[in-house]
Design a protein around this ligand. Structure first.
Ligand SMILES: NC(=O)c1ccc[n+]([C@@H]2O[C@H](COP(=O)([O-])OP(=O)(O)OC[C@H]3O[C@@H](n4cnc5c(N)ncnc54)[C@H](O)[C@@H]3O)[C@@H](O)[C@H]2O)c1
Length: 277
């Protein structure tokens, strides 16, 4: 029997775990899944914010949605997340590896710590622990459950900077000495390229177990950034603008549903054309 196109997007009865689910895009992923009838667990280190966001999703879409305090860098915490999800919903179908650390700006008289020469080892370890190790642990724990059931999808949230190098010129501030200049940290490139590697690895590893694994590479979302910075960035984007925070929802819906049933191991680039230039 061949399903209609709309039916292929239907997520009724499916259960999704979204890491970093209390953040800007995590909630948008949840909205996409809820709109199509799916249930969600918003797993976030900030459990209160996750539950508040989950309540908003429940109210808006009338589907089940729960927040759950999880530290994805801790194997026991991730195991707890799986137990909670299975206890609450009896199943899990979808894992969205979305959590990442948004590094804060740190400048001292020694210079700007975003720069490679000064980048603190501890910061490297913290960002890799969440962005990469966290995605590995969630894939290991929840992916194993998907493979056991012989059905499920994993979606990794990478970035356009998982495909190209950052153009450090756009982060420069006129008049600052070289060692004070902000750069996009090395960890961002490593985490995002790593996630695309993890995507390819898992996609072949579990291909015969009914688990599909894909990633998306979103471009930067407009969020009140400095005007001069936005101008420098959008000059690098053929479409001439940053993304709105709701412009990844349909792609998420596509990749977590049967609409993409013949797709695995792919990185879907959604960047206003930035990586084409
Ligand atoms: N916003 C953008 O412009 C943009 C562009 C491209 C890619 N992305 C990627 O999309 C994803 C979501 O981005 P966002 O803008 O919503 O970020 P965000 O900072 O708003 O959300 C990230 C969430 O992860 C959570 N988190 C941090 N450490 C955690 C841990 N140890 N365990 C569990 N949760 C943890 C944070 O509490 C936060 O709620 C990230 O992977 C980001 O790199 C974002």
């Amino acid at each position: 029997v061949s399903l209609g196109v709309r039916d292929r997007f239907d997520l009724t009865g499916r259960v999704a775990v979204i890491t970093g689910g209390a953040g800007l895009l995590g909630v948008r992923h949840a909205e996409a899944i809820a709109e199509l009838g799916g249930s969600c667990v918003l797993a976030d280190i900030d459990g209160d914010r996750a539950e508040a966001r989950a309540a908003e999703v429940r109210e808006r879409f009338g589907t089940a949605c729960r927040g759950f305090a999880t530290d994805i860098t801790d194997p026991e915490s991730v195991q707890g997340l799986l137990s909670f999800t299975l206890g609450e919903f009896g199943r899990v179908d979808i894992l969205v590896n979305n959590a990442a650390i948004n590094p804060k700006r740190e400048v001292s008289d020694r210079g700007n710590f975003s720069r490679l020469e000064l980048f603190p080892l501890e910061q490297w370890q913290t960002e890799l622990a969440v962005g990469l190790t966290g995605a590995f642990l969630c894939s290991q724990v929840i992916g194993t459950e998907l493979a056991r059931r012989e059905s499920g999808v994993i979606l990794n949230i990478a970035s356009d900077l998982g495909v190209i190098a950052p153009d450090q010129r756009i982060y420069r501030e006129e008049g600052l000495p070289e060692d004070q200049q902000q750069v996009k940290p090395v960890t961002y490139s490593v985490v995002k390229h790593g996630l695309i590697g993890l995507t390819r690895y898992l996609s072949t590893y579990w291909a015969d177990r009914g688990v599909r694994v894909n990633s998306i590479s979103p471009g930067g979302v407009a969020a009140d950034q400095d005007e001069a910075f936005v101008k420098r960035l959008t000059n690098l984007i053929p479409m001439g603008r940053m993304a709105r925070d709701d412009e990844y929802k349909a792609a998420v819906a596509f990749l977590v549903s049967d609409a993409s049933s013949y797709m695995t191991g792919t990185n879907l680039v959604i960047d206003g054309g930035r990586t084409v230039w």
